[in-house]
Design a protein around this ligand. Structure first.
Ligand SMILES: [Fe+2]
Ligand SMILES: [Fe+2]
Length: 364
């Protein structure tokens, strides 16, 4: 799967501030002017989903033109349980990049799958698309107690990410859900929506990462203060998340190590978000803590899953042993995450990723 990112489509060739206009048109050509198919682009988008470059790709995805038949072909891959998981994830990320009601409809259809990993990613993508037309399906998933906690959590988070106050009443109802991860997620989502109401006109996506986060980054810049806020379990989760995203945006080894300390904090939801953020940061300093958390059988599968994917995103040789060690883990969501992470590793360490700025690459 190496080499799917053509040089003509590399992030260096376009400004992050100037995404091209959305051009998803029925009956239009299936290739962008750069010669990239939607499916190829979905691969690149999936492979770098966590990184700033991934966010940039997300913006660029609007430049891909597809036919309705191609959207359908991509959707069919997503909903087909016989397809390999990696192919289904790529289809999902392609649909996410394309956006629109057709993409939302296909993504919605996959919620009756039996992979919690895939379903939670469906909800994540619907949230990141920030399209209010996804509110009904996400509402259904949050309400459906047959769905795994990890999936319901992601539906709640997505309802917060969309940013439409229409979801507030529902989210308030689920702030006391018996599943603690769901309750905490809804509390955060309510705080986010209230924050947006109190700060009208503020960009919902700011800083080097274009992901829609469950909380805005703190304004504090002092790393010591941010670390303290992150690890202070007496503070509201929303404030600790704000410190988390400010540390991520600051980047570097000090931030990575402070965040990695968060993998020992009390809330599984918090720890899983730390894992996710460390994947975005892609700093090798966090690899030992991520690998140790992945290896802890008593840890929540949701946290172990996020650590596995972070190791795939960091994509250094030091990550490989841990991913291989858990590729047959008895916990399905962990096992599948390792497979997906190994796929990401392949992409992240592919020939078009040699210019990553965070860390010098060790000699081969
Ligand atoms: Fe999550
Ligand atoms: Fe996740």
């Amino acid at each position: 799967m190496r080499g799917l990112r053509p040089p003509a489509f590399s992030s260096a060739s376009r400004s992050r501030e100037e995404p091209p206009p959305r051009e998803v048109r029925s009956g239009a050509a299936t290739r962008s002017p750069a010669g990239v198919t939607a499916a190829e682009h979905g691969s690149a988008l999936w492979a770098s989903r966590l990184s700033p470059r991934g966010a940039e790709d997300q913006a660029l995805a609007g430049g891909i033109m597809v036919t309705e038949q191609e959207v359908e072909a991509i959707g069919q891959v997503l909903v087909d349980p016989k397809q390999p998981l990696q192919a289904r994830f790529r289809a999902l990320f392609t649909l996410r990049g394309l956006g629109g009601p057709g993409a939302i409809a296909w993504i919605s259809r996959a919620f009756d799958d039996d992979s919690a990993l895939l379903k939670h990613e469906l909800a994540y993508c619907l949230g990141q698309m920030q399209d209010s037309r996804a509110i009904p399906v996400l509402t259904g998933v949050l309400r459906d107690t047959r769905q795994e906690p990890m999936v319901r959590h992601e539906a709640g988070e997505a309802l917060g990410a969309i940013g439409n106050p229409q979801a507030l009443e529902l989210l308030r109802q689920y702030c006391s859900d018996p599943v603690v991860e769901v309750a905490e997620t809804c509390q955060l989502a309510v705080r986010r929506l209230e924050w947006l109401q109190q700060h009208p006109g503020q960009p919902t996506v700011a800083g080097p990462y274009l992901s829609v986060d469950p909380a805005p980054p703190a304004e504090e810049r002092d790393m010591g203060q941010l670390r303290e806020a992150l690890l202070d379990e007496t503070l509201p989760l929303f404030d600790r998340y704000r410190a988390m995203f400010a540390l991520r945006n600051a980047g570097g080894q000090e931030a990575a190590l402070a965040l990695a300390e968060g993998l020992r904090c009390g809330s599984a939801l918090f720890r899983h978000e730390v894992g996710y953020v460390l994947g975005q940061l892609q700093h090798e300093a966090a690899v030992p803590q991520l690998a140790a958390t992945l290896a802890r059988p008593a840890e929540s599968p949701m946290v172990r899953h996020e650590c596995a994917e972070a190791l795939g995103a960091i994509a250094r040789p030091s990550c490989l042993a841990a991913l291989h060690a858990h590729a047959a883990d008895p916990e399905r969501v962990v096992r599948e995450s390792c497979l997906v992470a190994l796929d990401m590793y392949e992409q992240e360490s592919g020939p078009f990723q040699q210019d990553r700025p965070e860390q010098p690459r060790p000699p081969p």
